[in-house]
Each structure stands twice: as C-alpha cells, then as structure tokens.
Design a protein around this ligand. Structure first.
Ligand SMILES: Nc1nc2c(ncn2[C@@H]2O[C@H](COP(=O)(O)OP(=O)(O)O)[C@@H](O)[C@H]2O)c(=O)[nH]1
Ligand SMILES: Nc1ncnc2c1ncn2[C@@H]1O[C@H](COP(=O)(O)OP(=O)(O)O)[C@@H](O)[C@H]1O
Length: 213
C-alpha cells in the first residue's frame, strides 16, 4: 500500500504581547522536530539576541511595502506602527510537502491566513492570567523600553477582544500545562488532515466522481 501524503498544518498562535506565545512556540518546536517556524518579515529593529532570518527577516519599510505589492507576503499588517508579514513561498512549500508550521502572528494575520488557507489553519489564542501579570512579564523580559511596554499594554485589550475568532483559547499560567495544551491541539489537527486525506483517497479509489478525481 502506498503511503498517504497529507498536507501540513498551519498552527497559528496569537496573544497580547508578553503573554508567552513565543515561549510556547519554542517549547513546542523543541519537542516536535518536524515543526518549523514561519519567519516573518518586520520593519522593527532587532532586539539583542535576535538574528536575521532566525527570529525575523528585518527589512526597511520600503522593502516591506514592495514585498506586499508583489504578492510575496501571504498576509501582512501594521502592528505597533510597524510592518509585519508572512513570506508566502516557505509556507506553500511546507504545506505541499506535508510539513507543519507554527505562526506567531496577531489577530489580523490570523484572519487573513484563515481566509487564504481555510483548510489548513488551526488557531490558538493565549491569554495571560491577568493584565497585571502581562505587564510583569513584559518588564521581566527586559526587551522593550518603558514607552514600548506602555504601547503594548495599551494594545493588549484590543488584541484580547478578538479571542473568540480562534479555534482554541488557553490561559498561560503554568508554562508546562500551556505547552501540553498546544501540543494536543497540533496532534489533533494532524490526525484530522490524515483522516481527511485518507478518506478522500479511499473514496476516489472506488467513486472518483464523488471527490472530483
Ligand atoms: N500579522 C502579523 N503579525 C505578526 C507577524 N509577525 C509577528 N506579528 C505580531 O506582531 C506583534 C509584535 O511582535 P514582536 O515585535 O515580535 O513582539 P512580541 O510579540 O512582544 O515578542 C505580535 O502580536 C506578533 O504576533 C506577521 O508576520 N504577521
Ligand atoms: N507561564 C509563564 N509563567 C511565567 N513567565 C512566563 C510564562 N510564559 C512566558 N513567560 C515569560 O514572559 C515573558 C514574555 O514571553 P514571550 O514568549 O516573549 O511573549 P510573547 O511572544 O507573547 O510576546 C518572557 O520573559 C517569558 O519567559
């Protein structure tokens, strides 16, 4: 019997800045070696410890706009006054090759990605235990200056107001629990793609007109 090729899963993780989505996505990738990270393009400055092509592709606003104009971005948005977007080519290659990807993007990106790839997206919204804890985490990360932290706290309520657009919502109180929940969501989505692919191929083998084969 030939192996059934499934498409990859797009796991979108969104959250107000500082809630822990990068930490959760990194922990997930550490235990799931075949899960790759969609490296976004951004016009913001790199933070200490961030590397070109690993955490982000750091580009000028001019280059970013040119990429968006040419259709090289699958989705893009302005967040905190800066441009952020998902390069199209790596996502299309991963999905076609049956490789799963995790996306750390905001609610606007989630909406656009879902519209572009309705069959492939499963999404998770991460809540902090409280706004006070969110602010504490932003300070403890020590990556942004006080004005930037203020901007992120001001935007947090707006980001949180979109929670109901997501397939799953978790509170990141204990990190291990949150990572386990994210892993379960990924595994369930993988099984669903296997099931759908398997069923479609099985039906196509005896009734091609049903699945348009
Ligand atoms: N729409 C969209 N949002 C993105 C993308 N990359 C990052 N973001 C979002 O931009 C916001 C700011 O990201 P970043 O500057 O890394 O700050 P952090 O979330 O506090 O670590 C977060 O809400 C990210 O999820 C992208 O490619 N598209
Ligand atoms: N469950 C948790 N408990 C305590 N601190 C956490 C937890 N999850 C993440 N953090 C810390 O909170 C800060 C923000 O996390 P980060 O993953 O950078 O957030 P985001 O990517 O959502 O902006 C980091 O310093 C991280 O180590």
């Amino acid at each position: 019997m030939t192996a059934i090729a499934r498409r990859g899963v797009c796991l979108v993780i969104s959250a107000p800045s500082g809630a822990g989505k990068s930490t959760i996505a990194n922990a997930l990738r550490a235990s799931e070696p075949r899960l790759s990270h969609s490296v976004s393009v951004t016009t913001r400055q790199s933070r200490p410890g961030e590397h070109e092509g690993v955490h982000y592709h750091f580009r000028s606003m001019e280059t970013f706009r040119e990429m968006a104009r040419k259709g090289e971005l699958l989705e893009w948005a302005e967040v905190f006054g800066r441009g952020y977007g998902t390069p199209r080519a790596p996502v299309e290659a991963a999905l076609a090759g049956g490789r799963d990807m995790v996306f750390d993007i905001d609610w606007q990106g989630h909406r656009q990605l879902r519209a572009a790839l309705p069959e492939d997206v499963v999404s998770l919204f991460v809540l902090p235990p409280s706004l006070a804890e969110l602010e504490r985490r932003l300070h403890s990360r020590a990556s942004d200056d006080p004005a930037e932290i203020e901007r992120r706290m001001a935007a947090a309520r707006d980001e949180i107001s979109h929670w109901a657009e997501f397939d799953h919502v978790i509170v990141n109180d204990e990190l291990d629990r949150a990572v386990n929940a994210a892993r379960s969501i990924l595994i369930a989505a993988r099984l669903e793609t296997v099931r759908q692919t398997g069923l479609a191929q099985m039906v196509a083998s005896f009734a091609p007109h049903v699945v348009g084969g």
